[in-house]
Design a binder for this molecule. Structure first.
Ligand SMILES: [Zn+2]
Length: 259
């Protein structure tokens, strides 16, 4: 039986963060306030697609609605397309303090779905911004005809399971590294210089039949702590991602989509 490798990418505003009192997310303040930026998302998309071409694999892109209106997404042909909110909303409202009742959630979900459908292609899966899910989100997904969600972390590997509502959940894995520290399937710490590719390859080795990794396009060219990367930084970062992808495939996995 071939092992499935799901490489998933959030295509959303640069270094996004919740803004108190605002449904729409911002970008980390680099001295000009928290208005959302999309330059790194777009540049990083180009860098990441080059890496994927080198490796010869397709990925799943969870595209934020607003980003699909700003960034040229015609380059995503052949990849699996999901959506990721409209303005990168915290759909629970916990981090923003904005009340999110079922009707508001429904409206945001519909708007995000429509934007990605109009600017990329009809989304077939979903990941909640900030990985915070809720019953209202799942209900909205059902009404949109989406059967695949990836909005939770799991310590029990990443084999998908079917929720009572009939939607399949594809969890992002968490595990313990060789030092006993928690490692998640998000490549975030590697982009920030805090983990190395081999740690993610080791993580894959311990998975039986399905392995999922996740990242953001902006993280290919901008780190949260270090700012926009210089040319050497971008190259080293791309090389690290390529090493991870090739290493996981060499472990016996085949690229797959969360469907
Ligand atoms: Zn996101």
């Amino acid at each position: 039986m071939s092992r499935k490798f799901l490489f998933t990418v959030d295509l959303d505003r640069d270094v996004n963060l919740p803004v108190e009192g605002s449904m729409a997310a911002g970008s980390v303040d680099r001295g000009f306030g928290t208005s959302p930026r999309f330059e790194s998302a777009e540049r990083g998309l180009s860098v990441l697609l080059d890496v994927l071409d080198d490796v010869g694999m397709k990925a799943t892109f969870y595209v934020e609605g607003r980003t699909s209106e700003v960034v040229d997404c015609s380059v995503l042909s052949g990849h699996c397309i999901g959506f990721h909110g409209y303005d990168h909303e915290d759909l629970t409202g916990v981090s923003t303090g904005v009340p999110m009742d079922a009707d508001v959630v429904e409206g945001v979900m519909r708007r995000g779905f429509d934007a990605v459908r109009d600017n990329v292609s009809e989304p077939v899966c979903f990941r909640a911004p900030y990985m915070v899910s809720s019953p209202d989100i799942l209900a909205a997904l059902g009404r949109l005809g989406i059967r695949s969600d990836s909005s939770v972390y799991s310590f029990d590997g990443c084999s998908p399971y079917v929720l009572p509502c009939g939607i399949s959940e594809y969890p992002v894995p968490k595990a313990r590294d060789s030092d006993g520290r928690v490692i998640a399937g998000y490549l975030w710490p590697m982009h920030e210089g805090k983990r190395v590719p081999q740690q993610y390859i080791d993580m894959a080795s311990s998975c039986d039949d399905v392995f999922m990794l996740a990242t953001h396009t902006w993280h290919m060219v901008e780190s949260r702590d270090g700012g926009v990367m210089d040319r050497d930084g971008v190259k080293a970062n791309a090389d690290a991602v390529r090493t991870v992808l090739e290493g996981v495939l060499d472990t016996g996995f085949r690229p797959a989509f969360p469907l």
